[in-house]
Design a protein around this ligand. Structure first.
Ligand code: ATP
Length: 232
């Protein structure tokens, strides 16, 4: 099987704190994967390493068969937990910036998504509400024709109705050529899009599997399973 992401004994220490400990994970191509775990379980650390902006302390990771670097960054579209668009920008400037920066940026797709998100190119970034800013960030990231999308808490501020619509857009954005890893605390709202789920507990994979098979086997929703694994 071909994997978009593969890691073995992946470990990350921040000084004395171990954020990831011997993580073994193989994510097949073409999947939407939920990376689930409580605060501090290592999700953002894992995503940063996969996105090539943080180095592991030990162990191995490959993205599409390559060690994270220039080549992997060209095929990974990453939505960080905090995005930094300049306050002076209009949405149009942000689009132009992404267009210059990423060869795979699809401007037509960006315009479709902006319309869908009810955003306009002449809006100022500093005047956007938190939810609107999140929609803009997601628009920019999803407008790249990437092989792997890594989305760290993409919908925390988006209202429930828009969230449902955006989830549908995310599903339609994904095909056999592209894969997605999503972290979220909104497990109940978002679990329907996950094909596979990985539960991260104290920097280790507590459980990985096909979401539908886990539901059948455990006779629980992924949200209920989450509460079983992480409940006190
Ligand atoms: N720059 C850093 N320096 C020191 N410790 C860090 C740093 N970044 C993260 N950590 C620690 O590593 C652990 C994992 O953090 P991480 O941000 O990966 O968790 P998370 O699962 O994304 O949490 P959340 O759901 O709150 O976003 C935590 O104990 C955190 O305190």
């Amino acid at each position: 099987m071909e994997y978009i992401l593969s890691c073995k004994n992946l470990t990350k220490n921040y000084f004395t704190k171990t954020a990831l400990k011997d993580v073994d994970l193989n994510i097949p191509k073409g999947k939407i994967v939920g990376l689930l775990g409580p605060n501090g379980s290592g999700k953002t650390t894992f995503m940063k390493i996969a996105a090539g902006i943080l180095r592991q302390s030990s162990g191995e990771i490959t993205i599409n068969g390559e060690i994270p670097g220039v080549n992997s960054k060209a095929i990974v579209s990453y939505l960080p937990d905090k995005t930094h668009l300049y306050k002076w920008m209009k949405i149009n400037d942000a689009i132009e910036l992404f267009k210059d920066f990423y060869e795979d940026f699809d401007e037509n797709r960006a315009d479709e998504l902006l319309k869908f998100m009810k955003l306009e190119r002449n809006m100022s970034v500093k005047e956007l509400s938190k939810g609107m800013y999140e929609k803009l960030s997601l628009t920019l990231v999803l407008s790249r024709k990437a092989k792997l999308y890594i989305l760290d808490e993409p919908l925390g501020w988006v209202d429930p109705v828009a969230r449902e619509q955006i989830l549908d857009a995310i599903i339609s954005n994904c095909n056999e050529e592209s894969s997605m890893i999503i972290t979220t605390h909104l497990v109940r709202d978002i679990e329907r899009v996950f094909e596979d789920v990985a539960f991260l507990k104290d920097g280790q994979i507590a459980l990985y599997g096909n979401a539908e098979e886990l539901r059948m086997e455990k006779e629980k929703s992924i949200d209920e399973l989450y509460r079983d694994i992480f409940g006190e």
